[in-house]
Design a protein around this ligand. Structure first.
Ligand SMILES: [Zn+2]
Length: 406
């Protein structure tokens, strides 16, 4: 229960508990009227108000306090007015933890057809039925207000990483203008609002975008427009440039970036919140996260494997079921297999974040990071992703030509 829940004008509280002395990692407590969240934290993605296959009580049981939903999708179906009439997203879905809603800027780039972006807003055709809509910053706030999100995201223009410098510059300017309009729009008295840093893959534009948003003033700051196919060094260079300009006193959210390695690298660079569809989407395709890297459960090598997915995992699935059984469920297209895979993956993410928080509080985050990678040394999938300098804050590409996949 949030200690501030009875305060009529409470919006959100963010208190840093501990800074790591050797890097930018920090642990903190974020409070909304729906509860407290220990950070760094991972938000499972319930795009349509549900993390696929997982009931709200199960999600709480897995240790999650904050879920992400998507304003764009819920606006199109069932519609924000319909959800408001049902008492808001918490009431509608039965999820009593905190909810952050994404504004839709990213989805409009990735899903909607025939977009036209002007200073006024974004005209687009629904990916569901082709109907035409005009999303303005004001409508974006109206949607998220109707949903009753604890944390709302300002509307941003999310350019592709391959855009020209001029396009990136225009997107930053528009994102700042829209951010100002979002701040001026009305919202519920308990609803926090985060701005989203843009700037494509340009360090100077990232810094400029962050500075402009801080000047506008938000309850927290997100870094958006990443994990769109750019290299890992480019991604984390953008994170570092943005973080340099953001206040230590406010939460920082790295949007849509979510392999385990990304989370470790993001935390080390001072990020507090993460979201990604990866644990649930990979669960549905039988790709399972372990402390030694990922395994693909459908592979024949697991047909007679009596061991759990991960010997170190404490989830219900690993305590009770073998890889052989999970493989059988997966290749037989049993629903239970998808659920078990998703539960394990979410537990892995939750545990990874808890371990990182504990390492920060113990003043040994960099030692934790070394152990994290040492366990993955024989696994090309992870190793190929980034090679990390053992004691540095930067990452660089790795040669993927050698080593054993896992
Ligand atoms: Zn497990």
């Amino acid at each position: 229960m949030c200690p501030f829940a009875g305060y009529p004008f409470f919006v959100m509280d963010f208190s840093v508990v501990r800074h790591d002395l050797d890097c930018a990692a920090r642990s903190a407590v974020l409070s909304t009227v729906h509860g407290t969240v220990d950070t760094p934290a991972f938000m499972p993605v319930g795009t349509l108000g549900t993390v696929k296959g997982i009931a709200p009580d199960e999600l709480r049981g897995l240790g999650f306090e904050l879920m992400l939903s998507n304003a764009y999708h819920l606006y199109l179906r069932p519609g924000h007015h319909a959800i408001r009439e049902q008492g808001g997203l918490h009431q509608f879905t039965g999820w009593n933890g905190s909810i952050l809603t994404d504004s839709g800027g990213f989805q409009l780039i990735s899903l909607a057809a025939l977009r036209t972006i002007t200073d006024e807003g974004i005209v687009f055709q629904s990916h569901l039925d082709g109907s035409t809509h005009h999303l303005t910053p004001e409508l974006c706030m109206e949607i998220q207000m109707a949903l009753g999100a604890d944390i709302m995201m300002a509307l941003d223009e999310c350019p592709t990483p391959s855009c020209s410098k001029e396009q990136a510059r225009a997107a930053v300017a528009r994102t700042t203008q829209w951010a100002k309009r979002c701040v001026l729009a009305s919202r519920g008295r308990h609803q926090a609002l985060f701005g989203i840093v843009q700037g494509a893959l340009d360090v100077d534009l990232r810094r400029q975008s962050a500075r402009e948003l801080v000047e506008v003033g938000f309850d927290g700051y997100a870094i958006g427009g990443l994990s769109l196919g750019e290299s890992k060094p480019a991604l984390f260079a953008m994170v570092e440039a943005s973080v340099d300009e953001l206040p230590c006193s406010h939460p920082r959210y790295l949007m849509g970036v979510g392999l385990p390695e990304d989370l470790v690298e993001g935390v080390m660079r001072g990020m507090d919140l993460f979201d990604c569809v990866m644990p649930s989407r990979h669960g549905r395709t039988g790709c399972l996260f372990t402390n030694r890297g990922r395994i693909v459960i459908k592979q024949a090598q697991y047909a007679k494997d009596e061991s759990p997915i991960d010997e170190q995992c404490g989830c219900d699935v690993c305590r009770k079921y073998s890889r052989a059984y999970l493989r059988h469920l997966f290749v037989s297209n049993e629903m239970l297999g998808v659920r078990f895979n998703t539960i394990h993956n979410l537990w892995y993410y939750r545990t990874l974040m808890a371990e990182m928080r504990s390492a920060i509080q113990g003043g040994e985050f960099l030692a934790f990071r070394r152990r994290f990678y040492q366990q993955r040394r024989d696994c090309v999938r992870s190793r190929a992703y980034v090679r990390l300098m053992e004691d540095g804050h930067r990452c660089r590409p790795v040669d993927v030509s050698q080593g054993k996949d896992c």
